[in-house]
Design a protein around this ligand. Structure first.
Ligand code: GLV
Ligand code: MN
Ligand code: MN
Length: 431
Protein backbone atom coordinates (compact mmCIF):
# COMPACT_ATOMS: atom_id res chain seq x y z
CA UNK A 1 0.00 0.00 0.00
CA UNK A 2 1.48 3.41 -0.89
CA UNK A 3 1.87 5.98 1.89
CA UNK A 4 -0.73 8.76 1.90
CA UNK A 5 0.69 11.96 0.39
CA UNK A 6 0.35 14.85 2.82
CA UNK A 7 -0.75 18.20 1.43
CA UNK A 8 0.64 21.35 2.96
CA UNK A 9 -2.13 23.90 2.59
CA UNK A 10 -2.27 27.19 4.43
CA UNK A 11 -5.38 28.45 6.21
CA UNK A 12 -7.48 31.20 4.67
CA UNK A 13 -6.31 33.62 7.37
CA UNK A 14 -2.65 32.86 6.64
CA UNK A 15 -3.06 33.22 2.88
CA UNK A 16 -4.61 36.67 3.32
CA UNK A 17 -2.01 37.69 5.92
CA UNK A 18 0.83 36.46 3.69
CA UNK A 19 -0.40 38.65 0.84
CA UNK A 20 -0.27 41.61 3.20
CA UNK A 21 3.22 40.66 4.46
CA UNK A 22 4.57 40.44 0.90
CA UNK A 23 2.95 43.76 -0.08
CA UNK A 24 4.48 45.40 3.01
CA UNK A 25 7.92 44.03 2.08
CA UNK A 26 7.46 45.92 -1.20
CA UNK A 27 6.52 49.10 0.68
CA UNK A 28 9.60 48.88 2.90
CA UNK A 29 11.81 48.22 -0.14
CA UNK A 30 11.10 51.81 -1.20
CA UNK A 31 12.72 53.12 2.01
CA UNK A 32 16.29 53.21 0.79
CA UNK A 33 19.22 55.60 0.62
CA UNK A 34 19.78 54.77 -3.07
CA UNK A 35 16.75 54.84 -5.39
CA UNK A 36 16.59 51.64 -7.45
CA UNK A 37 18.60 49.65 -4.87
CA UNK A 38 17.66 48.68 -1.33
CA UNK A 39 20.14 49.94 1.23
CA UNK A 40 18.86 50.79 4.71
CA UNK A 41 21.47 51.00 7.41
CA UNK A 42 21.52 51.56 11.15
CA UNK A 43 20.73 55.06 12.46
CA UNK A 44 20.02 56.45 8.98
CA UNK A 45 17.01 58.54 7.89
CA UNK A 46 15.67 55.35 6.21
CA UNK A 47 15.95 53.49 9.51
CA UNK A 48 13.73 56.18 11.10
CA UNK A 49 11.23 55.99 8.22
CA UNK A 50 11.08 52.19 8.39
CA UNK A 51 10.42 52.38 12.14
CA UNK A 52 7.63 54.94 11.53
CA UNK A 53 6.05 52.77 8.85
CA UNK A 54 6.18 49.53 10.84
CA UNK A 55 5.06 51.35 14.00
CA UNK A 56 1.86 52.40 12.21
CA UNK A 57 1.24 48.80 11.06
CA UNK A 58 1.84 47.52 14.60
CA UNK A 59 -0.59 50.07 16.00
CA UNK A 60 -3.24 49.19 13.39
CA UNK A 61 -2.83 45.58 14.53
CA UNK A 62 -3.54 46.61 18.14
CA UNK A 63 0.01 46.46 19.49
CA UNK A 64 1.41 49.01 21.97
CA UNK A 65 4.59 50.40 20.46
CA UNK A 66 7.82 52.12 21.46
CA UNK A 67 11.32 52.67 20.14
CA UNK A 68 14.00 51.58 22.59
CA UNK A 69 17.27 53.25 23.54
CA UNK A 70 19.14 51.54 20.67
CA UNK A 71 16.60 52.40 17.94
CA UNK A 72 14.83 49.01 17.90
CA UNK A 73 11.06 49.17 17.43
CA UNK A 74 8.85 47.12 19.77
CA UNK A 75 5.14 46.23 19.59
CA UNK A 76 3.50 44.41 22.45
CA UNK A 77 0.29 42.71 23.44
CA UNK A 78 0.08 42.47 27.24
CA UNK A 79 -0.12 39.25 29.18
CA UNK A 80 -2.65 38.43 31.89
CA UNK A 81 -0.83 40.54 34.50
CA UNK A 82 1.62 43.45 34.24
CA UNK A 83 4.49 41.23 35.41
CA UNK A 84 3.61 38.27 33.15
CA UNK A 85 6.56 36.74 31.30
CA UNK A 86 7.21 37.79 27.72
CA UNK A 87 7.67 35.78 24.55
CA UNK A 88 9.73 37.81 22.05
CA UNK A 89 9.29 37.37 18.30
CA UNK A 90 11.03 39.31 15.58
CA UNK A 91 13.84 39.88 13.14
CA UNK A 92 15.47 42.98 11.61
CA UNK A 93 14.64 45.95 9.36
CA UNK A 94 18.18 46.94 8.30
CA UNK A 95 19.76 45.64 5.09
CA UNK A 96 23.04 44.99 3.35
CA UNK A 97 24.04 47.20 0.41
CA UNK A 98 21.86 46.50 -2.68
CA UNK A 99 19.79 44.02 -0.70
CA UNK A 100 16.79 41.85 -1.35
CA UNK A 101 13.46 42.82 0.16
CA UNK A 102 12.75 39.86 2.47
CA UNK A 103 15.88 39.27 4.61
CA UNK A 104 14.78 40.18 8.15
CA UNK A 105 11.78 42.23 7.06
CA UNK A 106 9.58 39.21 6.37
CA UNK A 107 10.19 37.85 9.89
CA UNK A 108 9.20 41.15 11.51
CA UNK A 109 6.01 41.43 9.47
CA UNK A 110 5.07 37.77 10.04
CA UNK A 111 5.50 38.27 13.78
CA UNK A 112 3.13 41.27 13.69
CA UNK A 113 0.46 39.20 11.91
CA UNK A 114 0.82 36.24 14.28
CA UNK A 115 0.73 38.36 17.43
CA UNK A 116 -2.30 40.31 16.21
CA UNK A 117 -4.14 37.11 15.36
CA UNK A 118 -3.35 35.41 18.68
CA UNK A 119 -4.38 38.50 20.65
CA UNK A 120 -7.67 38.64 18.74
CA UNK A 121 -8.55 34.95 18.84
CA UNK A 122 -7.21 33.85 22.21
CA UNK A 123 -7.58 36.90 24.43
CA UNK A 124 -4.95 36.74 27.14
CA UNK A 125 -2.27 34.10 26.65
CA UNK A 126 -0.26 33.09 29.73
CA UNK A 127 2.49 35.49 28.61
CA UNK A 128 2.83 38.82 26.84
CA UNK A 129 3.79 38.74 23.16
CA UNK A 130 6.34 41.28 21.98
CA UNK A 131 7.49 41.84 18.42
CA UNK A 132 10.95 43.39 18.07
CA UNK A 133 12.02 44.96 14.78
CA UNK A 134 15.77 44.99 15.34
CA UNK A 135 17.62 47.99 14.00
CA UNK A 136 21.01 46.52 13.08
CA UNK A 137 21.58 42.87 12.31
CA UNK A 138 23.77 43.15 9.22
CA UNK A 139 26.50 45.43 10.54
CA UNK A 140 26.52 47.19 7.16
CA UNK A 141 27.32 50.62 8.54
CA UNK A 142 29.76 49.98 11.40
CA UNK A 143 31.15 46.51 10.54
CA UNK A 144 29.99 45.10 13.87
CA UNK A 145 26.81 43.07 13.33
CA UNK A 146 23.90 42.52 15.75
CA UNK A 147 24.13 45.93 17.41
CA UNK A 148 20.35 46.24 17.87
CA UNK A 149 19.82 42.81 19.38
CA UNK A 150 22.98 43.11 21.49
CA UNK A 151 21.39 46.10 23.22
CA UNK A 152 18.15 44.18 23.83
CA UNK A 153 20.04 41.13 25.11
CA UNK A 154 21.98 43.39 27.49
CA UNK A 155 25.37 42.47 25.99
CA UNK A 156 26.24 45.91 24.60
CA UNK A 157 29.97 46.59 24.79
CA UNK A 158 31.00 50.22 25.36
CA UNK A 159 34.15 49.53 23.28
CA UNK A 160 31.87 49.75 20.22
CA UNK A 161 31.24 53.49 20.62
CA UNK A 162 34.36 54.38 18.65
CA UNK A 163 33.51 52.21 15.64
CA UNK A 164 33.38 54.40 12.51
CA UNK A 165 31.32 54.21 9.35
CA UNK A 166 32.80 54.81 5.89
CA UNK A 167 32.47 58.59 6.38
CA UNK A 168 34.33 58.54 9.69
CA UNK A 169 31.17 59.07 11.77
CA UNK A 170 31.47 57.25 15.09
CA UNK A 171 28.70 55.06 16.43
CA UNK A 172 28.41 57.50 19.33
CA UNK A 173 27.90 60.48 16.99
CA UNK A 174 25.40 58.52 14.87
CA UNK A 175 23.38 57.70 18.01
CA UNK A 176 23.17 61.37 18.91
CA UNK A 177 22.29 62.43 15.36
CA UNK A 178 19.45 59.88 15.36
CA UNK A 179 18.09 61.42 18.58
CA UNK A 180 19.27 58.63 20.88
CA UNK A 181 21.29 59.12 24.06
CA UNK A 182 24.42 56.92 24.14
CA UNK A 183 24.43 57.09 27.93
CA UNK A 184 21.06 55.34 27.99
CA UNK A 185 21.73 52.44 25.61
CA UNK A 186 21.67 49.96 28.48
CA UNK A 187 17.99 50.88 29.07
CA UNK A 188 17.19 48.81 25.95
CA UNK A 189 18.14 45.61 27.76
CA UNK A 190 15.34 43.22 28.66
CA UNK A 191 15.38 41.27 31.92
CA UNK A 192 16.15 37.68 30.82
CA UNK A 193 14.39 36.34 33.92
CA UNK A 194 11.13 37.66 32.46
CA UNK A 195 11.52 35.99 29.05
CA UNK A 196 9.79 32.84 27.84
CA UNK A 197 12.24 32.90 24.91
CA UNK A 198 12.66 34.28 21.40
CA UNK A 199 11.24 32.98 18.10
CA UNK A 200 12.42 34.22 14.71
CA UNK A 201 11.10 33.45 11.23
CA UNK A 202 13.55 34.16 8.38
CA UNK A 203 14.17 33.21 4.77
CA UNK A 204 16.77 30.45 4.55
CA UNK A 205 19.39 32.37 2.47
CA UNK A 206 20.59 29.06 1.04
CA UNK A 207 19.31 26.21 -1.14
CA UNK A 208 18.62 23.34 1.25
CA UNK A 209 14.85 23.70 1.71
CA UNK A 210 14.39 24.06 -2.03
CA UNK A 211 16.51 20.94 -2.59
CA UNK A 212 14.39 19.05 -0.06
CA UNK A 213 11.19 20.34 -1.69
CA UNK A 214 9.97 21.69 1.65
CA UNK A 215 8.50 25.12 2.35
CA UNK A 216 9.59 25.34 6.00
CA UNK A 217 12.56 24.21 8.03
CA UNK A 218 13.65 24.02 11.64
CA UNK A 219 16.98 25.61 12.58
CA UNK A 220 19.18 23.58 14.92
CA UNK A 221 22.00 26.09 15.46
CA UNK A 222 23.43 29.33 14.06
CA UNK A 223 26.97 29.68 12.79
CA UNK A 224 29.75 31.01 14.92
CA UNK A 225 31.14 34.17 13.28
CA UNK A 226 34.08 36.56 13.31
CA UNK A 227 34.73 39.57 11.07
CA UNK A 228 37.96 41.47 10.53
CA UNK A 229 39.21 44.57 8.78
CA UNK A 230 42.69 43.85 7.39
CA UNK A 231 45.26 46.42 6.33
CA UNK A 232 48.11 45.49 4.02
CA UNK A 233 50.71 48.26 4.14
CA UNK A 234 53.31 48.20 1.37
CA UNK A 235 54.91 51.07 -0.51
CA UNK A 236 53.45 53.23 -3.29
CA UNK A 237 55.94 53.74 -6.12
CA UNK A 238 56.14 54.50 -9.81
CA UNK A 239 54.47 51.74 -11.89
CA UNK A 240 56.97 52.12 -14.71
CA UNK A 241 60.20 52.85 -12.91
CA UNK A 242 60.07 50.30 -10.06
CA UNK A 243 61.53 46.86 -10.86
CA UNK A 244 59.60 43.88 -9.46
CA UNK A 245 62.27 43.06 -6.91
CA UNK A 246 61.95 46.58 -5.44
CA UNK A 247 58.16 46.48 -5.10
CA UNK A 248 56.06 46.04 -1.95
CA UNK A 249 52.69 45.82 -3.68
CA UNK A 250 49.90 46.00 -1.09
CA UNK A 251 47.18 44.93 -3.54
CA UNK A 252 49.01 41.77 -4.59
CA UNK A 253 49.60 40.84 -0.95
CA UNK A 254 45.89 41.40 -0.26
CA UNK A 255 44.91 39.38 -3.33
CA UNK A 256 47.08 36.48 -2.19
CA UNK A 257 45.63 36.82 1.29
CA UNK A 258 42.08 36.61 -0.10
CA UNK A 259 42.98 33.44 -1.99
CA UNK A 260 44.50 32.02 1.20
CA UNK A 261 41.20 32.64 3.02
CA UNK A 262 39.38 30.60 0.39
CA UNK A 263 41.99 27.82 0.26
CA UNK A 264 42.14 27.33 4.03
CA UNK A 265 38.37 27.56 4.55
CA UNK A 266 37.66 25.08 1.77
CA UNK A 267 40.21 22.62 3.15
CA UNK A 268 38.82 23.00 6.69
CA UNK A 269 35.14 23.02 5.66
CA UNK A 270 34.57 26.50 7.00
CA UNK A 271 33.17 29.55 5.23
CA UNK A 272 35.41 32.55 4.58
CA UNK A 273 34.66 35.54 2.39
CA UNK A 274 36.59 38.65 1.41
CA UNK A 275 33.71 40.98 0.60
CA UNK A 276 35.43 44.37 0.33
CA UNK A 277 38.80 45.57 -0.99
CA UNK A 278 39.98 49.17 -1.30
CA UNK A 279 43.33 50.27 -2.69
CA UNK A 280 45.33 53.45 -2.14
CA UNK A 281 46.45 55.67 -3.67
CA UNK A 282 44.36 54.06 -6.44
CA UNK A 283 45.99 55.25 -9.64
CA UNK A 284 46.71 53.30 -12.80
CA UNK A 285 50.39 54.19 -12.80
CA UNK A 286 51.17 53.72 -9.08
CA UNK A 287 52.07 50.45 -7.35
CA UNK A 288 49.44 50.18 -4.58
CA UNK A 289 50.80 51.20 -1.18
CA UNK A 290 47.79 50.28 0.94
CA UNK A 291 45.03 47.69 0.57
CA UNK A 292 42.21 47.38 3.07
CA UNK A 293 39.89 44.40 2.97
CA UNK A 294 37.26 42.67 5.09
CA UNK A 295 37.16 39.00 6.10
CA UNK A 296 33.94 37.27 7.18
CA UNK A 297 34.58 33.86 8.78
CA UNK A 298 31.93 31.35 9.86
CA UNK A 299 31.84 27.83 11.19
CA UNK A 300 29.53 25.52 13.06
CA UNK A 301 31.59 25.62 16.27
CA UNK A 302 33.67 28.35 17.93
CA UNK A 303 36.75 26.13 18.38
CA UNK A 304 36.94 25.22 14.69
CA UNK A 305 36.39 28.83 13.64
CA UNK A 306 39.24 30.01 15.86
CA UNK A 307 41.59 27.25 14.69
CA UNK A 308 40.87 28.22 11.06
CA UNK A 309 41.46 31.90 11.84
CA UNK A 310 44.85 31.06 13.37
CA UNK A 311 45.79 29.26 10.13
CA UNK A 312 44.66 32.27 8.08
CA UNK A 313 46.73 34.64 10.22
CA UNK A 314 49.78 32.42 9.73
CA UNK A 315 49.22 32.55 5.95
CA UNK A 316 48.85 36.37 6.06
CA UNK A 317 52.14 36.55 7.94
CA UNK A 318 53.96 34.37 5.39
CA UNK A 319 52.58 36.40 2.46
CA UNK A 320 53.51 39.68 4.14
CA UNK A 321 57.07 38.54 4.92
CA UNK A 322 57.62 37.33 1.38
CA UNK A 323 56.34 40.55 -0.20
CA UNK A 324 57.66 43.05 2.34
CA UNK A 325 54.12 44.13 3.18
CA UNK A 326 52.77 44.42 6.73
CA UNK A 327 49.41 42.63 6.96
CA UNK A 328 47.47 43.52 10.13
CA UNK A 329 43.95 42.23 10.94
CA UNK A 330 41.67 44.00 13.43
CA UNK A 331 38.63 42.14 14.71
CA UNK A 332 35.36 44.08 14.37
CA UNK A 333 32.78 41.41 15.18
CA UNK A 334 32.65 38.12 17.07
CA UNK A 335 29.59 36.04 17.86
CA UNK A 336 29.59 32.53 19.27
CA UNK A 337 27.60 29.69 17.71
CA UNK A 338 24.12 29.54 19.19
CA UNK A 339 22.24 26.29 19.65
CA UNK A 340 18.47 26.42 19.52
CA UNK A 341 16.62 25.31 22.65
CA UNK A 342 14.98 21.85 22.42
CA UNK A 343 11.85 23.18 24.18
CA UNK A 344 11.29 25.92 21.58
CA UNK A 345 12.44 23.68 18.71
CA UNK A 346 9.74 21.17 19.70
CA UNK A 347 7.15 23.95 19.44
CA UNK A 348 8.38 25.11 16.02
CA UNK A 349 8.62 21.50 14.77
CA UNK A 350 5.04 20.88 15.94
CA UNK A 351 4.00 24.08 14.16
CA UNK A 352 5.53 22.90 10.88
CA UNK A 353 4.03 19.42 11.27
CA UNK A 354 0.63 21.06 11.81
CA UNK A 355 0.91 22.54 8.30
CA UNK A 356 0.99 18.98 6.90
CA UNK A 357 4.76 18.38 6.61
CA UNK A 358 5.38 15.17 8.60
CA UNK A 359 9.21 15.32 8.65
CA UNK A 360 10.49 18.91 8.59
CA UNK A 361 14.04 19.46 7.45
CA UNK A 362 16.33 20.40 10.35
CA UNK A 363 19.28 22.56 9.35
CA UNK A 364 22.22 24.56 10.67
CA UNK A 365 22.05 28.27 9.74
CA UNK A 366 25.17 29.46 7.99
CA UNK A 367 23.74 33.00 8.05
CA UNK A 368 23.74 35.16 11.15
CA UNK A 369 20.53 36.23 12.88
CA UNK A 370 19.30 38.36 15.76
CA UNK A 371 18.61 35.06 17.56
CA UNK A 372 22.39 34.87 18.09
CA UNK A 373 22.30 37.78 20.56
CA UNK A 374 19.09 36.69 22.25
CA UNK A 375 20.50 33.16 22.50
CA UNK A 376 23.17 34.48 24.88
CA UNK A 377 20.51 35.23 27.50
CA UNK A 378 17.38 33.18 26.72
CA UNK A 379 16.07 30.17 24.79
CA UNK A 380 15.74 30.74 21.05
CA UNK A 381 14.39 28.88 18.02
CA UNK A 382 14.05 29.73 14.35
CA UNK A 383 11.69 28.87 11.53
CA UNK A 384 13.19 29.00 8.03
CA UNK A 385 11.20 29.75 4.86
CA UNK A 386 12.21 28.32 1.50
CA UNK A 387 14.34 30.78 -0.53
CA UNK A 388 14.10 29.87 -4.24
CA UNK A 389 17.56 29.39 -5.79
CA UNK A 390 19.00 30.09 -2.32
CA UNK A 391 19.82 33.63 -3.39
CA UNK A 392 19.96 36.33 -0.72
CA UNK A 393 21.85 39.57 -0.09
CA UNK A 394 20.93 40.25 -3.70
CA UNK A 395 18.00 42.05 -5.35
CA UNK A 396 16.70 38.72 -6.76
CA UNK A 397 16.10 37.37 -3.25
CA UNK A 398 12.61 35.85 -3.11
CA UNK A 399 10.11 34.04 -0.95
CA UNK A 400 6.76 32.87 -2.32
CA UNK A 401 3.56 34.10 -0.66
CA UNK A 402 2.21 30.51 -0.24
CA UNK A 403 5.37 29.65 1.74
CA UNK A 404 4.92 32.77 3.88
CA UNK A 405 1.33 31.63 4.51
CA UNK A 406 2.52 28.20 5.68
CA UNK A 407 5.11 29.95 7.84
CA UNK A 408 2.41 32.09 9.44
CA UNK A 409 0.36 29.00 10.30
CA UNK A 410 3.43 27.22 11.66
CA UNK A 411 4.54 30.19 13.77
CA UNK A 412 1.03 30.65 15.15
CA UNK A 413 0.80 26.96 16.06
CA UNK A 414 4.26 27.12 17.67
CA UNK A 415 3.18 29.99 19.95
CA UNK A 416 -0.08 28.20 20.76
CA UNK A 417 1.92 25.14 21.73
CA UNK A 418 4.19 27.19 24.01
CA UNK A 419 1.11 28.78 25.59
CA UNK A 420 -0.46 25.37 26.19
CA UNK A 421 2.71 23.93 27.72
CA UNK A 422 3.58 27.05 29.71
CA UNK A 423 4.22 26.43 33.38
CA UNK A 424 4.14 29.69 35.40
CA UNK A 425 7.27 30.62 37.37
CA UNK A 426 7.17 29.16 40.84
CA UNK A 427 5.40 26.02 39.54
CA UNK A 428 8.65 24.51 38.33
CA UNK A 429 8.40 26.53 35.10
CA UNK A 430 11.13 28.40 33.35
CA UNK A 431 9.54 31.80 33.13
C1 GLV B 1 23.53 38.31 7.88
O1 GLV B 1 22.68 38.14 7.05
C2 GLV B 1 24.75 37.57 7.82
O2 GLV B 1 24.70 36.33 7.94
O3 GLV B 1 25.79 38.18 7.58
MN1 MN C 1 21.24 39.49 5.90
MN1 MN D 1 18.72 38.56 8.15
Amino acid sequence: MSAAVQETVATEWASAAAASVVARCDTLAALTETPGRITRVYLSPEHARANDTVRAWMQDAGLDTWQDAAGNLHGRVSGPTPDAPVLLLGSHLDTVVDAGRYDGVVGVLMAVEVVARLARDHGALPFALEVVAFSDEEGTRFGKALLGSSAVAGVWDDAWWDLCDADGTTLRAAFTAFGLDPERVHDAAVDPARLVGYLEAHIEQGPYLEQADQALGLVTSIASARRFTVQAVGEARHAGGTPYERRHDALLAAAEAALAVERICRAEQHIGTVGTMAVEPGAVNVVPGLATFAVDLRGEFDEGRDRVWDAIVAAFHEIGERRGVVVTPTEVHRAPAVFCAPRLMDAVRAGIVATGEPAPLELFSRAGHDAMSLGLVTDVAMLFLRNPDGISHHPDEFVAAPDVALGLDALTAAVERLARDHVPAGDGGDA
